[in-house]
Design a protein around this ligand. Structure first.
Ligand code: CA
Length: 508
C-alpha cells in the first residue's frame, strides 16, 4: 500500500484536528484577541508614510558675468570656489550649458520669459513684459501656483554699477514678484586701493564708474557692498519662511565690473603678476572676421600684461567674494530645515573672457562667453555631471516640471527633468545663442561651433572643430574642405531662426 494514501475517515479526522474552532463558538474575548493580533500584524507591515509634503521650494542664485572657467569645480586651479563646489558635489553640474544672449539684457529677459531673444525682440536692456503681455514669466508662473516669489537684487537687467549705486529696480518686471528688494552699494566708489586698468596707459586716470575694468581692493567687510547686503537679506528671508512654498531669486552683481571686493579676497591672488594668462597663439586673430573680434581686446583697452594679470586677479577676487556669499545662503538653507525640500540652482547670465584670444568681457560667442556654469540640486536626485547641451531657456520648464506645476506649451525651452535620473541622456542636438550687438548667432552641437554675423552671413562666419580644437584657435569656415559643413550650418541656423519666430507672440 502507498504510504501516502490516507483513508477517507482518517482524512476527516485530520481535517478536524487542524480546523479552527467554529466561529459561532468564539467568545467576545477571543474576537478581541484576534482583532488585536491582526491590528498589530497590519501595523508591522505598513511602511512609515510621511505627512503629505508641500511643493518643493526654489532657491535660484545667479551671478553676473561669471565664466565657468573661473570656478574650481569646473577645473580652475587658481580661483577657489569652495561654496559653489559644495553645491556642485551635491547636485547635477552641467558642463555644456549655454546662455541665449551673451550680455545681461537679452539673456535675463529670455530665461525669465521662456522665449528666445528673437522671439520677443528683446535684444537690449528692457524687460520682456510689453512683448509677452499677460503671459506669466518664470517666477510669476510659480506665484500663480501658490508660491511666494521674492527677488533680491539683480534678476532682470540692472545697470551695473549705475543702478546698484542708486539702489533702483533697473529693468525689473514688478508682476514677476510677490515682493522685491534692491541692494545698494558703493561699487567703484568704495574706499580702498583702486585702479582703472582700461584706457589708462599712463596711469593718470582716477578710478571711474561705468562699464570699465576697474579693480578695487576695498576697506571693510562683506556688508559694505551690494552682494554682502543681498546675502544678508536672503539669509533673513530663508530663516523666516513658513506656510507657502517659496521661489527665492537671489542675484549677485559680482564678478561684473567694477571688480570691487573686500581686501581679504584679493590676498590669495597677490602678487597679481604671478597669475597665469591664457596661451597666446601668434596669428590667432588673422582668420577671424572683423565682427568676430570682441568689443573689448587687450589692444583697444590699452592693457599691457601687468594690467591683464591684475584684471584676472581682480576678477578672481570678485568671484571669491561672490562665492562666500553663496556659502551664506547654503548655510542658511541647511539651518532652515528646508534644504531637503528645496531645489537650488546656481548659474550666471552669460560667460566672460579673461584674455583668451586677447578678448575681454562678454558679447563674444566663443565658449568662454556663451557658456555658463549651471548647477541644479533637486531633492532626491543623486549628484552627477551632465554633458548634455542645455540652455538657460530650459530653466523655466524644468523647474516647473520638477515642482509638479503644469509646463505651458508656449515655452521655447526643454524640460531637462529626465537628466537628473539619467545624466548620460541628451535633450537637444544644438544650443543656440545670440549677440545682437554684433548681429552674431551661435549654433553649437556636439562637434562644431558655428558662428555667423548677420542673418545673411554678410559680416562673416566662424567654424570651429570643438573636438580637434576646443580652444577655438582655427577658423575653418573659409577652407574648401568645410564648405559643405558651412552650408549645412547656414541652413540649420535659418531653420532655427524660423522655429524661434514661430510662437504665440505674433511675428517679430
Ligand atoms: Ca551680465
Amino acid at each position: 500500500m502507498d504510504s501516502t494514501f490516507i483513508m477517507p475517515h482518517e482524512r476527516k479526522r485530520l481535517l478536524n484536528v487542524f480546523a479552527p474552532p467554529r466561529w459561532t463558538s468564539w467568545t467576545p474575548w477571543t474576537w478581541l484577541s484576534v482583532l488585536v493580533l491582526l491590528s498589530l500584524l497590519w501595523l508591522s507591515q505598513v511602511p512609515v508614510v510621511a505627512a503629505p509634503t508641500t511643493k518643493p521650494n526654489v532657491l535660484f542664485i545667479i551671478a553676473d558675468d561669471l565664466t565657468l572657467t573661473a570656478l574650481s569645480c569646473y577645473g580652475n586651479p587658481v580661483c577657489k570656489t569652495p561654496n559653489i563646489d559644495r553645491l556642485a558635489a551635491q547636485g547635477t553640474r552641467f558642463t555644456r550649458a549655454f546662455c541665449q544672449g551673451t550680455y545681461c539684457g537679452p539673456s535675463r529677459a529670455s530665461f525669465m520669459s521662456g522665449y528666445y531673444p528673437h522671439a520677443t525682440g528683446v535684444l537690449g536692456y528692457t524687460n520682456p513684459r510689453p512683448k509677452i503681455g499677460a503671459r506669466a514669466t518664470w517666477s510669476q508662473h510659480f506665484i500663480h501656483h501658490g508660491y511666494h516669489a521674492t527677488r533680491v537684487s539683480k534678476i532682470f537687467h540692472m545697470g551695473v554699477p549705475g543702478d546698484i549705486e542708486r539702489g533702483v529696480d533697473g529693468a525689473d518686471d514688478e508682476a514677476s514678484w510677490t515682493e522685491r528688494f534692491n541692494s545698494q552699494g558703493p561699487e567703484w566708489k568704495a574706499p580702498g586701493d583702486g585702479e582703472t586698468l582700461e584706457g589708462n596707459p599712463d596711469g593718470k586716470k582716477p578710478v571711474v564708474g561705468g562699464n570699465t575694468f576697474v579693480v578695487v581692493a576695498a576697506d571693510g567687510d562683506d556688508l559694505v557692498h551690494a552682494d554682502g547686503k543681498t546675502a544678508a537679506k536672503a539669509v533673513k528671508l530663508l530663516r523666516a519662511t513658513a506656510g507657502k512654498p517659496f521661489f527665492l531669486a537671489v542675484g549677485f552683481v559680482r564678478p561684473h565690473v567694477p571688480f570691487v571686493s573686500p581686501r581679504k579676497y584679493h590676498e590669495p591672488f597677490l602678487p597679481y603678476s604671478k597669475l597665469p594668462l591664457p596661451e597666446k597663439v601668434p596669428g590667432d586673430g588673422d582668420d577671424i572676421p572683423k565682427a568676430g573680434i570682441n568689443y573689448k581686446t587687450s589692444a583697444n583697452m590699452k592693457m599691457d600684461e601687468r594690467r591683464q594679470r591684475k584684471a584676472v586677479g581682480g576678477y578672481y577676487a570678485a568671484v571669491a567674494y561672490m562665492d562666500a556669499q553663496v556659502g551664506k545662503l547654503l548655510d542658511a538653507l541647511d539651518q532652515s530645515g528646508q534644504a531637503e525640500n528645496t531645489i537650488v540652482i546656481f548659474t550666471s547670465d552669460h560667460g566672460f573672457h579673461l584674455g583668451e584670444h586677447d578678448f575681454w568681457a562678454k558679447v563674444s560667442l566663443r565658449d568662454e562667453s556663451a557658456m555658463v556654469p549651471l548647477i541644479i540640486k533637486a531633492p532626491g536626485k543623486k549628484p552627477a555631471v551632465c554633458r548634455s547641451l542645455v540652455e538657460l531657456l530650459d530653466l523655466y520648464p524644468t523647474i516647473a516640471s520638477l515642482c509638479g506645476l503644469e509646463v505651458p506649451a508656449r515655452l521655447q525651452g526643454k524640460d531637462l527633468s529626465k537628466l537628473f535620473d539619467d545624466p548620460n541622456a541628451t535633450v537637444r542636438d544644438t544650443a543656440f545663442s545670440v549677440a545682437p550687438s554684433s548681429q552674431g548667432f551661435l549654433l553649437r552641437d556636439d562637434h562644431w561651433a558655428y558662428i555667423q554675423y548677420g542673418e545673411d552671413a554678410a559680416q562673416g562666419i566662424e567654424l570651429y572643430d570643438m573636438e580637434a580644437d576646443p580652444k577655438q584657435y582655427t577658423n575653418l569656415a573659409a577652407t574648401p574642405a568645410h564648405a559643405a559643413k558651412v552650408a549645412e550650418f547656414q541652413a540649420r541656423l535659418a531653420a532655427k531662426l524660423r522655429e524661434v519666430r514661430t510662437n504665440d507672440l505674433g511675428s517679430k
